[in-house]
Design a protein around this ligand. Structure first.
Ligand code: GRF
Length: 201
């Protein structure tokens, strides 16, 4: 792929991982271009980050579909249609809190990747950091981790692109662990995109 890889980044919240990608692109550390930032939540601060960086945004909430009695599959299919218009090479789910069905995924085979703040096979789903911390307090684990994986219909279960262990220390509060995990996330998400670009997404 001679021109820069075209990235669509999906968020639902604060967007610190989106910011890590924006910063890497602007620093010339990532040979890519973010062509759209998608959010399903209007209040997502990541939308402010995108606008500040001059990146097009797409706010696409599920609620109107639910209120109209329309299905998640219809939402997913319409979302895919809207996103396809940006011709993304890679779709990066960075704190995107909506499980995408094949109605979306089948439009972009092997081109949707997701950040999950746990090790492969550990704590799938939401609140993974908090659940790891609680397992640590019960003496069940002494570390957790972060992974980037290809998205398949099963939540947080697709082929792993990169993962890294994150230690938990006896003096840690939940905030300490979250800060340590986010630091690893910001590095891993850029590295994962780099690897996918090298593989031709
Ligand atoms: C990250 O921990 C991500 O793994 C999880 O939600 C958080 C998103 O953080 N899904 P941000 O919105 O990128 O700051």
């Amino acid at each position: 792929m001679n021109e820069r890889a075209r990235l669509a980044v999906f968020i639902s919240g604060f967007g610190s991982n989106l910011q890590a990608i924006i910063d890497a692109v602007q620093a010339g550390e990532l040979d890519a271009e973010i062509v759209v930032v998608v959010s399903n939540r209007k209040a997502a601060y990541g939308l402010v980050r995108a606008e500040r960086a001059g990146i097009p945004t797409l706010y696409f909430p599920l609620k109107p579909y639910r209120d109209a009695g329309r299905s998640r599959e219809e939402y997913d299919a319409d979302l895919a249609e809207r996103v396809a218009a940006y011709e993304p090479d890679l779709i990066v789910l960075a704190g995107w809190m909506h499980v995408l069905s094949p109605a979306f995924l089948d439009r972009f085979p092997n081109r949707v990747i997701n950040l999950h703040p746990a090790l492969p096979g550990q704590f799938p789903g939401t609140h993974a950091i908090q659940r790891a911390y609680e397992a640590f307090l019960r003496g069940e684990i002494d570390h957790t981790g972060v992974m980037m994986h290809y998205v398949v219909p099963e939540v947080d279960a697709g082929p792993v692109i990169i993962s890294e262990e994150v230690p938990i220390y006896p003096s840690d509060t939940l905030d300490d662990l979250e800060a340590r995990i986010h630091e690893v996330e910001h590095r891993l998400i850029v590295e994962a995109i780099r690897r996918c670009i090298r593989r031709g997404a």
